[in-house]
Unconditional design. Structure first.
Length: 457
């Protein structure tokens, strides 16, 4: 009886062992064995708005059986599987699964996927297996909308006016992104007109390297101090996506006359030959006051090759004046300088700084100074991909018109021939030009003139 029981027990153990061995052998033959190159897929730092791709290599390390499996989808939308999410790998072969990372903000992101398969993993190893995905989003200046403040007084805009008068103050800002696809858009909200403040167009949409100026007005009807706080929201990289603008106005009783001032540009750019070419650019200074004339003094005269017309002037009420700046380089290169206009307007227009920038082209041919009467203008037509270029004062002359970028590099010749009477107009396509500043240079027998063209669609 005991011998029979022992024989039966031995038989049962042997049968169980045989069955287990067959199962392992069967599983091994069918599922083989698998090796993952990494357990963490690292994308590193990836620019906001772009997509990076990384791979996971799966190897069947067996010499007999196949491996079949499936890669689960990531849970976060910034990660994705590129291509097939299933695999069948022959003995000794490899398969590659690709993952993508498309960050939309500045942050470190992690996710994981689960891979299920029929490979033999060994005792104590679970199936499915976890693969970690990790990457960091980055928004540098060359890819994202970047807001830079300019204009007068930063984010605080002050007035000091008499009751029942009005004055404008500009608030300037720029999209300093270097990527043409990155527009800076947003709005300024929160104006309270009962305080005496007003705003021009509050919405903006700027391509890269473009400036915009929003005008604020203060028109007090009673004596007192008035303050308002506005909020400028945009798609700029934090913290400049949310900027507070402070308006401050002091209204005094009408006891006498007071001038005011506004200026169209405080940044003047030139392009000229390196020998003898004389070019001119201008800015317009306005006295919007109905009360008193505006007295202007050039406090700091710029150094050569820059000059400015007149040291002192008087601007009557509701009048504008053109201030001419000249650029006469004697050698090639880039030049910068600045000057200060002092006025008797209330702050901040009592002290206006104007920056000058000039690029001189290398030239071996001396050219006479510009003759009076030559005109060259360029205007980018609104809602169009055309620029209207007008050449005047060169009737019947042989002229050449060339285009340069902001650095002074020649981009091509736009026109060569005889100018017709009453001005020669060209419609030039700017569709292929990136947003930015360009120069046009008109040459004829008795002079050369250049002008700036801002490409802003």
């Amino acid at each position: 009886m005991n011998m029979k029981f022992c024989r039966n027990a031995v038989c049962r153990v042997a049968a169980a062992w045989l069955l287990l061995s067959l199962c392992f052998a069967n599983s091994y033959a069918q599922g083989a064995s698998v090796f993952f190159g990494v357990r963490t897929v690292i994308f590193g730092i990836v620019t906001d708005g772009t997509t990076a791709k990384q791979m996971l290599i799966i190897t069947n390390t067996d010499s007999v059986g196949w491996v079949h499996g499936h890669v689960g989808a990531p849970s976060k939308s910034v990660f994705a599987i590129s291509g097939s999410d299933t695999f069948s790998i022959g003995p000794g072969q490899k398969d590659t699964t690709y993952f993508t990372f498309s960050p939309v903000d500045v942050s470190i992101l992690r996710d994981s996927v689960w891979i299920t398969h029929d490979a033999w993993l060994g005792l104590g190893v679970t199936n499915p297996q976890k693969i970690v995905l990790t990457g960091q989003g980055l928004s540098p200046n060359d890819s994202s909308a970047q807001l830079k403040l300019g204009g007068f007084g930063g984010t605080t805009i002050p007035w000091s006016l008499q009751v029942d008068s009005s004055a404008l103050r500009p608030f300037a800002f720029r999209n300093v992104s270097a990527n043409p696809a990155r527009h800076l858009y947003g709005t300024i909200s929160g104006i309270h007109e009962p305080f005496g403040f007003g705003i021009g167009t509050p919405n903006f949409d700027l391509p890269d390297s473009a400036w915009d100026t929003i005008q604020f007005a203060f028109s007090p009807t009673s004596v007192g101090t008035f303050r308002d706080t506005l909020v400028m929201t945009s798609n700029a990289t934090p913290p400049n996506n949310l900027i507070k603008i402070y308006l401050s106005g002091v209204a005094t009783a009408r006891t006498g006359s007071m001038p005011d001032a506004a200026i169209t540009s405080t940044f003047i750019q030139f392009l000229g030959d390196s020998v003898g070419t004389f070019t001119q650019q201008f800015t317009v200074l306005v006295n919007p006051s109905v009360e008193a004339p505006l007295h202007i003094t050039v406090a700091h005269t710029p150094n050569p090759p820059f000059t400015v017309s007149g040291q002192q002037s008087i601007l009557d009420t509701l009048k504008a004046d053109t201030i001419l700046f000249s650029f006469a380089p004697t050698k090639g290169g880039k030049f910068t300088d600045s000057l200060v206009l002092l006025t008797d307007a209330p702050p901040p227009h009592n002290h206006i700084k104007i920056n000058l920038s000039g690029t001189a082209l290398s030239s071996s041919v001396a050219t006479a100074s510009i003759a009076s009467g030559i005109r060259l203008t360029a205007v980018c037509l609104q809602n169009s991909e055309l620029a209207r270029i007008t050449m005047g004062g060169v009737d019947g002359e042989h002229v050449t018109l060339r285009l340069y970028d902001e650095s002074g590099a020649a981009l091509g010749q736009l026109f060569e021939g005889i100018a017709v009477p009453d001005g020669t107009d060209l419609n030039y396509s700017i569709a292929a030009l990136p947003y930015g500043v360009y120069f046009l240079r008109l040459e004829c027998a008795h002079g050369i003139v250049s002008t700036k063209m801002n490409v802003r669609r």
